[in-house]
Design a protein around this ligand. Structure first.
Ligand code: PRX
Length: 637
């Protein structure tokens, strides 16, 4: 893909490619897929039926994704840095791993997996910190056709156990400890707790991140380093069908237990790499790309590892956190590693924007060319802060909309090519056919008139998840039942008269007030525009007359006084931005709101607090900040 003629260079080329991709999707994707290394070409580009649902891309094609990430780069860019690893502690040395070194490490660890009985199709759970061995472990699984299931190394033992049991994993790969800011966390003891309830696990491989003594269970637990000594570094890539499983990744649903989204080999590779190359436009061989996500999330899978490595670029892995040793750490790393392409989440941008600007201005940030945003709608204020202070007005911002389920970016500007607009993810990538649906379940087809509705996708794309592990019925119900023959995203969207999309948030967060459909995200955006407001979360609660009313939890910037006058100003701002109907009935000033470890606000809990129904808040153990809940309840109005 690196030198591919399929990388779009101008807006006119984008428009032409988009048109072609809609007229003949199979021909379009087939041409892109030909840019990769296949052991055997596919027989059938696409077969699908959304009512079963069943989707198959490049069936009969034989390949291994690691040959595309590693082997085929050896000849031309074997000595180029594949991964730069930046440790938690700025005084510890960074590691630079070339494509050739990574290839050797992956092959060797793949042999460790084999010698411990892992074969094609077996599931392997990986629970590791952001160290290169996490990348090596996942690629080693892919090398031998084992299915990795990565669990974010911030999840609790019960979350690990339920994911291991759901996928019936045979092996667990972990590290003894992890550094996070000033903390040192014993991952192995968390695993040991989980392992009491996971009968399918036969072996545990433990990487020693620290020299501390580690408790090992004889016969089951083995050190990474010891196992490496027993094997050589030659490992042929397993022959995989394009539709063979590559990985499972769990994502939370609006109800019930997490869903193990299943991604397959060929389509995922094509989608992740094509989108990466076109969205980020890394056009200089010295460009350095840094995505701050954790590999435990889909963003890390597609845009730290598979997409960037297939594209042959240098990708940064950061072990630490944005505020250690201080709030300038991200910017310090950008200067140190000469980062050119930087990709992060709005929640990180907002929290850094709350700090004194000196944390930014201490650093030059002169190498940056492109900025990215992912994971939630980026509000106008955060967009401008990012654009002005980090990009210095010179870096296009790619606001990338996608999901665990979509595997790859779906709607986004192409950097430097698509005209950007604050808070708009703009236009669909070639090959992506969005549909905006009205309240009657009909598609709003007039793209020349602005409209708002629910976002669906009406044609398959290669990197879409194929099923929910062990529960195909749930896959059908959640994604293919809202609209006939379409994939339903669960998101709302606004489309302007030029076809640009703005994602307005989950439609599960819509509140009907006096019969009016109100999205909580635009209300929050409006409140966040107030100069005293750092962040806010709005939920609905039952109201005798209106059906529902709005309750706003508002976090103020440090030093801003929480007064009734301020509440009035915030209400008036909502009123003037959206309308009087959107004014929150209740505003509670809080220090924080409960968030998942991926930074999403846990609205389910806020809804209960707003409804004065706090007897059963459900499982709060996997939250980032569970302690905030009692504080909010105590202050509830
Ligand atoms: O609501 C959308 C929001 O995040 C959801 C997907 O979450 P997850 O599967 O955890 O994947 C996050 C990383 C891709 C979507 O349904 N979302 C993601 N990106 C954006 C977004 N909302 C608005 N703008 C975005 N750029």
């Amino acid at each position: 893909m690196k030198t591919s003629s399929l990388k779009l260079k101008t807006f006119a080329e984008y428009k032409k490619a988009y048109k072609k991709s809609v007229e003949n999707p199979e021909k379009f994707w087939g041409k892109i897929a030909e840019e990769f290394t296949w052991q055997k070409k596919w027989d059938n580009t696409l077969s699908y039926n959304f009512s079963i649902p069943e989707v198959k891309w490049f069936e009969g094609g034989k390949l291994n994704i690691t040959e595309n990430c590693l082997d085929r780069h050896l000849e031309n860019i074997g000595n180029k840095t594949a991964i730069i690893w930046e440790p938690n502690d700025p005084d510890e040395e960074s590691r630079h791993i070339t494509y050739r070194q990574l290839y050797v490490k992956v092959c060797r660890f793949a042999n460790v997996l084999k010698s411990n009985g892992i074969k094609k199709g077996d599931r392997v759970c990986i629970y590791m910190p952001m160290i290169p061995e996490l990348a090596i472990a996942m690629l080693a699984c892919a090398r031998i056709g084992a299915v990795h299931s990565i669990v974010f190394a911030g999840f609790s033992s019960s979350a690990i156990a339920s994911r291991i049991n759901d996928a019936e994993c045979k092996m667990l790969i972990t590290a003894n400890e992890v550094y996070r800011g000033t903390k040192r966390i014993n991952l192995k003891s968390i695993c040991d707790e989980a392992l009491k309830k996971t009968p399918t696990i036969e072996n545990v491989i433990v990487y020693r991140r620290t020299v501390e003594p580690t408790e090992m269970t004889a016969g089951r637990d083995k050190f990474w380093f010891d196992e490496l000594q027993k094997v050589n570094q030659d490992c042929d890539a397993e022959v995989m069908d394009a539709e063979d499983l590559l990985f499972i990744l769990y994502t939370s649903g609006s109800t019930g237990k997490p869903k193990g989204m299943v991604h397959t080999t060929g389509g995922y590779m094509v989608g992740a790499t094509y989108s990466f190359s076109n969205v980020f436009q890394m056009n200089d061989e010295n460009d350095v790309y840094w995505c701050t996500a954790d590999i435990g999330w889909i963003t890390g899978h597609s845009y730290i590892i598979y997409g960037p490595l297939c594209a042959g670029v240098t990708t940064v892995m950061f072990e630490g956190i944005p505020n250690y040793p201080d709030y300038g750490r991200f910017w310090e790393i950008c200067d140190k590693l000469k980062v050119t392409h930087f990709y992060t989440a709005p929640t990180a941008i907002r929290s850094l924007a709350k700090q004194p600007i000196a944390f930014v201005n201490k650093h030059k940030l002169s190498t940056l060319k492109v900025l990215g945003s992912v994971g939630e709608p980026i509000n106008e204020e955060a967009w401008h802060w990012y654009n002005d202070n980090i990009g210095k007005g010179n870096c296009p911002i790619v606001d990338t909309w996608w999901q665990t389920e979509t595997g790859a970016i779906m709607i986004s500007p192409l950097a430097g090519i698509t005209p950007t607009r604050p808070t708009f993810a703009t236009l669909p990538l070639p090959g992506v056919q969005p549909a905006l649906m009205n309240e009657h379940g009909e598609e709003i087809t007039n793209i020349h008139e602005k409209a708002e509705g629910r976002l669906a996708i009406k044609f398959p794309w290669p990197s879409m998840a194929r099923t929910v592990w062990g529960d195909h019925q749930r896959y059908k119900e959640v994604y293919f039942s809202a609209y006939p023959n379409m994939y339903f995203t669960g998101d709302g969207a606004y489309r302007d008269a030029t076809g640009n999309y703005r994602i307005t948030g989950r439609v599960d967060d819509v509140v009907i007030v006096s019969g009016h459909n109100l999205g909580t995200a635009p209300i929050e955006n409006a409140m966040n525009e107030h100069e005293g407001v750092a962040e806010s979360a709005v939920v609905g609660f039952p109201h005798d007359v209106k059906g529902n009313a709005l309750y706003a939890f508002v976090i103020l910037y440090p030093g801003v006084e929480a007064t009734d006058e301020l509440k009035k100003e915030i209400r008036d701002l909502v009123s003037s931005t959206i309308g009087a109907i959107a004014k929150p009935d209740v505003i509670q000033f809080v220090k924080g709101v409960p968030k998942t470890r991926s930074g999403k606000i846990m609205r389910r809990i806020l809804r209960k607090i707003a409804s004065k129904d706090t007897s059963n808040l459900g499982d709060t153990s996997t939250l980032l900040n569970p302690e905030i809940i009692q504080e909010i309840i105590d202050g509830a109005l």
